[in-house]
Design a protein. Sequence first.
Length: 534
Amino acid sequence: MGSERFIRSTAQAPVSNREHASSDTRLPGVAAGQGRRAQQQRRQGLQDFLQQQDAADLAQRLWAWAQSDSELMADLTAWAARSRSHGDPQTMKKVVADLLANREPLDWRESAAYASRAEKALPLIESVLAHDPEQARALCEHALRRIYLVCDEADDSGGEISEVMDQLMELLLRCLRAAPPAANWLDDWFNLMQADPWGLWNEPAVLAAAGGAVQQAYQSKAAEDWQDWVARHPPAVTTTADGGKGRRGASQRQSAVSAVAGQGGRFDYQREQLRRRYLDVLKSQGDKQAVIDLMRSSLTDAAEHSELVAYYESLGKKDEALAQARAATRLYPNDWRCEQDLLRRCERGGWHEEALVIRRRQVEHMPDVEHYQAALLAAGKAGRDLAIYRDELFTWAADREIAPPFGGRSMASPATAQGRHVDTRVSWLLAEAKLDDALALVQPPHVCRPALLRTIAKALPPSRHAQAVPLLQRVFAAWMTRASTPYMEVLEIVRETLERLPAPERDQWLMLLRAQYKAKRNFIKGLDALPRRG
């Protein structure tokens, strides 16, 4: 009988569960609240149970769990360090090293776990900072060196390790502000930056926190390092704004930073870093002429020429900026930065004819609406007759329309012996709101981008539906050649076309489409689903 009752009770249990589930479904808010309260009660019961247990028994169980849980072991390690160290530097250093140690390369999952463990070193260092900023600074440096060894072979796709590094650097800044170090700390800092495999240091922020002694040492080192680099690399003659070879001998500093060029035109990271540091130092000292001398004497690429132009402009030296921009454009005629520098200087300085030459070159290189309108504006400032200059641009555009633009075929229809690809002129006309001129230009045999044809068709008023329909049908023919299910774009074009057709022609065109594309079943279904117009 007992076994029968057991079988009956287990068989009935699912029914009871279903009833409770149905009740919970009807009152989800009530069920969720009851569940949370039950969970809180269970946790409170467990906490009460733990507080009643013997400390030795709990310690034994905790140690057993920590043996197989690295996260828990890290927590115990940090806890013990805070309790035992009593400010002992060596003990704290060893604990930090243990928390940040790792012997194997980390994949992205392991990197997240490592970062979670490494974060536990932060409160340890924080506790030291409160009473000994210098020791805390040393612990930060030690922690960074340890983590550098790990992150060099870690997949930090999620950014967890780099976030810990950022927190360590921020903690280091707090240590520096609390106790600015002596000048010789600069060597320790540079060694740290050298060891950093990811280059995350913010040098200005460190200098601001480190105080005057380190700042003075940094300035001296920046000058010495740059001059040493110059001495170890053969000088190369560079063209400056005046067409000469720089201002050699202008000052003692200038002779020390004679003209140098990168090796074979390749980017030299060390050179860029040393040059940037020295420039920042000179700017911070307010020695504007020294900055100019250094920039002029070390020009090696278009970016550095553009940088010098911008610096001249920041000082209000408009003539020098213009001269430098012209020199840069001669050296790098195809560089957009140099061209934009010269254009900006010409337009701001009233050199409108020179600016017009640049604008014309730009519109011929990329004849979009923006460049076309900019060229017309420049022509007006240069005193040109706008109607005549506009005709010149349209003539140039017509001449280049003989061949398909960009060396390809139009999507609207194949090129013909008589037809032209009139995209450029049509886009210009539409920008000028010359709808009728654009409509006349796109008539066969000329071809045009489907998007422009559609723009014209949609701009035509209802009274001109008869002119819009052929344009939309050309768009449909072009797009249908590359369309695939679910045919949303082409069906939208069909809808726009049908809205503009009278009833007999609408039905006739639909019959033609169904016959021509009967093999495309999804397209036919889309046609049938289109709304009918009465």
